[in-house]
Unconditional design. Structure first.
Length: 186
């Protein structure tokens, strides 16, 4: 009976996380300040879910997302000139990809050796690159959407392997929303 209650609690939290995550992505793709409220709600639900499924780097990532939800709201609310996306250019993105790839390998190795993390290298990769892409979103950097397309594709596999199928479907939807965001921000 206790396992059934826990499963229902996880399902309800996953539904909340998925719906608020989808609302966040739709709203941010159109440059709406209110996207950050849904980011906060989604992050809280995902923190609990990821921790309960031993996705330790993802738990840390969603804790970061929670903080960035508050920062994003403040940053976008006080931005002079309003919503105005910028581009970093391919040279800076190349440096970011090399540095984040190296950090992902190191983090994955540390997770594998010093924790019970499931899928440590993939968990580390999606976490490191998600942190970078989140900073890019808050900074209104156009290329964030390209990063998210790759991250979301890998996250489908990550969440599916841990039995979070609604979350995997959310990440499938995120790919389409990231394409929409890229088009809108262009």
């Amino acid at each position: 009976m206790k396992n059934l209650l826990q499963a229902n609690k996880n399902l309800i939290l996953e539904i909340i996380a998925v719906l608020s995550g989808a609302a966040y992505t739709i709203l941010i793709s159109y440059g709406s300040l209110w996207c950050w409220l849904f980011a906060i709600i989604s992050s809280i639900a995902f923190i609990y879910l990821c921790f309960s499924k031993r996705l330790l780097a993802e738990t840390g990532l969603h804790t970061f997302y929670l903080a960035m939800g508050f920062y994003g709201f403040y940053s976008w609310d006080t931005a002079e000139g309003g919503f105005a996306p910028i581009s970093l250019g391919w040279e800076y993105n190349f440096i970011i990809i090399i540095a984040a790839g190296g950090l992902s390998i190191i983090s994955g190795h540390l997770l594998k050796r010093h924790s019970k993390a499931a899928l440590p290298y993939l968990d580390a990769f999606t976490t490191i690159f998600s942190i970078i892409a989140t900073f890019m979103m808050v900074g209104m950097v156009l290329e964030n959407w390209i990063y998210w397309i790759v991250i979301d594709a890998l996250s489908i596999y990550l969440y599916s392997k841990r039995g979070l199928y609604l979350s995997a479907l959310l990440y499938l939807a995120y790919i389409g929303l990231a394409i929409n965001g890229l088009i809108n921000w262009l």
